[in-house]
Design a protein. Structure first.
Length: 292
């Protein structure tokens, strides 16, 4: 894998010590004792692929800027909010869509192929687990690589939509400053003003990324499905997530209720620290490849 040989991009990874051999041994024991491992990943697994997270101290989006992600209600209600979102997304897409999986994504893919990993749930919308080849996968918050119409439900690939944007905006140009975890970039209102946004090709409705925006909820059907996969599992590993968002945290609460052992691999504190069996403060891409 060319990916696995590439050196990680540490721009958005918080400083941490190398893995402690004792901790490596503890995680090895945890994984070896698991027959049906349930894994939940967050933004911290993708930072080594060059995608920033929101909350990491010093390097996360919230620490570096006063920018906040688009809210669901605002996107649905306001044409100018949609214009602003899509203009930024259009500029950021070529870079965001080119990010590749890192060693951590590939290790989880390999665990699945070996029958060790029972189910993988990611809170990320970057498609990196899919690019790595994971199949026993639920994208809890959707994926930026898919777009759908809010009115008729018609779906298209985000890459197709990029072509529609280009056709509608042949002379529009804007330079981006910084990129966010969802592929958003920073543009001024002036830059956004003349950007044209296409409507649904079938019904003229509003196009939205197949992503759960802040303020929206994950479908009950998806939540039930993930709870079923968790019920079939015998342990839970959280990799690269502080679990601050309830949509993911609820599954850790369910695992605790079932008395499943829980291991956490995350740089910095998480919401589960007080009830996890094991907490490791290392980079996912550095520690996971050491586990066999």
């Amino acid at each position: 894998h060319s990916v696995s040989r590439a050196s990680p991009n540490l721009t958005f990874v918080p400083a941490c010590l190398p893995p402690d051999p004792v901790e490596v041994e503890e995680l090895q024991r945890f994984v070896s004792n698991s027959k049906r491992l349930f894994v939940m990943t967050g933004a911290g697994i993708s930072t080594e692929s060059g995608i920033p997270d929101y909350r990491s101290e010093g390097v996360g989006l919230y620490a570096r800027t006063d920018r906040r992600p688009v809210q669901h209600a605002e996107f649905v209600r306001s044409a100018s909010a949609r214009q602003r979102y899509w203009a930024r997304n259009f500029v950021g897409w070529p870079q965001f869509s080119s990010h590749q999986p890192n060693k951590a994504h590939l290790v989880l893919r390999d665990w699945e192929r070996l029958g060790k990993l029972h189910w993988l749930v990611t809170q990320n919308v970057d498609a990196l687990h899919t690019k790595a080849g994971s199949q026993r996968l639920t994208e809890l918050h959707g994926c930026t690589h898919r777009v759908f119409c809010l009115a008729c439900g018609d779906q298209l690939l985000r890459s197709e939509l990029q072509e529609h944007f280009e056709a509608l905006n042949p002379t529009w140009k804007a330079e981006a400053f910084g990129v966010a975890p969802d592929g958003d970039v920073f543009l001024t209102d002036e830059q956004v003003r003349n950007f044209q946004v296409p409507a649904c090709r079938k019904c003229g409705g509003i196009l939205k990324p197949d992503v759960t925006f802040f303020g929206d909820t994950v479908s009950q059907e998806k939540v039930t499905f993930v709870h079923q996969r968790l019920a079939e599992s015998d342990s839970m590993l959280v990799a690269g997530s502080s679990m601050q968002v309830y949509s993911g945290y609820r599954f850790a609460l369910a695992a605790r209720e079932k008395k499943l052992p829980i291991a956490i691999l995350n740089i910095g504190p998480t919401r589960l620290d007080h009830f996890a069996s094991l907490k490791l403060n290392s980079r996912c891409g550095e520690l996971l490849p050491l586990i066999v």
